[in-house]
Design a protein around this ligand. Structure first.
Ligand SMILES: *Cc1c(COP(=O)(O)O)cnc(C)c1O
Length: 356
């Protein structure tokens, strides 16, 4: 085995997908899009999501959807980030549905779909206050009318995405406001729209509370399926596995050293001026991974006595003084991950992905 390793337990991902699908059903949401971007569109992860019963697969990057098509996966695919002009051709090629907000870019998408003799379905994103993508609600009917007039496109629905930039929590009121936008659009275009895509893993709180207004037809869920947590407070979702992914790294040094650096303090490798508490002499280990592969703030040693004290690009520094199992050079240490590390480990070419 070549370390560091990102171990992917596909059985646990399948279980989580099935559990989230069931929770959505109980909350009256008929459709679940499983979002794969946290793993760069890993085909084994996506097959596990499909086995668990997701209705379609979503990813924000065209490359990841292409990777899945090349792996022979033929399910419905949703492109979650609007394609730019350089990507419309590939978007129409691999995706069945695209999210977006700009009429000009939608026009390019429509032209490409027409050229290929296809009808491409689009979801108009509406910004309900989080200030990432989406048109402002009062502009939505006018933009919807424009999209309706673009040959090659079908205005399949509307959607919103919250808790990503602004940290704004998707509440029942926000969902009701989105449903009002839907009605205004239907009045403006004179026909019903099918899909109301209510959000992401930050919406799992309202799902668990069964507090979703009628009319929300789908959620696009990544984190909750992959990591078993909801995305507002990072609470664990009852019945979901928290450990479908594990990061494993080799220990290359274990020594007793002071906890406070010795000498004048300037910037660290990332331009920060570090501050350290003096805890005296501690037993410290270095694991052979670092910020290039992991996000130390979203990495959790499985041994509860081990604490991460810092990281440079290629060295992860651990306090192992209170480790339950003594740590030696050459040992392999295990960590649970949150989203930041999942994304970075998936992206890093230095991390071996091992499916179990
Ligand atoms: C990433 C993303 C999602 C999934 O987010 P999670 O928090 O991982 O569930 C859903 N919709 C859009 C538009 C996204 O970009």
């Amino acid at each position: 085995m070549r370390y560091p390793v990102l171990e992917i337990n596909v059985g646990k991902i399948r279980d989580n997908a099935a559990r989230i699908k069931e929770l959505l059903r109980q909350a009256g949401i008929p459709r679940l899009v499983g979002v794969a971007k946290g793993t760069c569109g890993h085909p084994a992860v996506v097959r596990a999501m499909l086995d668990g019963g997701v209705d379609a697969i979503g990813d924000s990057r065209v490359q990841n959807l292409e990777r899945l098509r090349q792996a022979g996966i033929s399910c419905e695919m949703v492109l979650l980030r609007a394609p730019g002009p350089s990507q419309v051709a590939r978007a129409v090629e691999v995706a069945d549905v695209s999210l977006g907000s700009d009429p000009g870019l939608f026009a390019l998408l429509g032209k490409e779909a027409e050229r290929r003799g296809k009808l491409h379905r689009v979801i108009l994103m509406v910004d309900m206050g989080d200030l990432r993508e989406g048109v402002w609600p009062d502009e939505a009917p006018e933009v919807a009318r424009k999209i309706r007039n673009i040959p090659g496109l079908v205005l399949w629905g509307i959607g919103t995405n919250m808790a990503c930039y602004g940290g704004v929590i998707p509440t029942r009121e926000k969902m009701q406001a989105l449903l009002e936008v839907k009605e205004e659009i239907e009045d403006a275009i004179g026909s019903p729209i099918e899909v109301v895509s209510g959000g992401n893993s930050a919406n799992m709180g309202m799902v668990l509370a069964r507090d979703v207004p009628e009319g929300i037809t789908e959620l696009r869920v990544g984190e909750s399926i992959l990591l078993g947590t909801e995305a507002v407070r990072r609470d664990r979702i009852p019945g979901c596995h928290r450990d479908a992914f594990k990061l494993k790294a080799e220990v290359i040094e274990v020594l007793s050293k002071p906890s406070k650096p010795v000498g004048e303090i300037g910037q660290d490798a990332f331009g920060r001026i570090p501050v350290y508490e003096d805890l005296g002499i501690r037993r410290r280990a270095i694991a052979a991974t670092g910020r290039q592969d992991v996000d130390p703030e979203s990495l959790y040693p499985v041994d509860p006595g081990i604490r991460i004290v810092g990281a440079s690009s290629d060295h992860l520094i651990l306090d192992v003084t209170e480790a339950e199992n003594p740590v030696h050079p050459g040992d392999v240490l295990e960590f649970l991950v949150q989203y930041g590390t999942l994304l970075r480990a998936s992206t890093s070419a230095y991390v071996e992905k091992v499916v179990v």
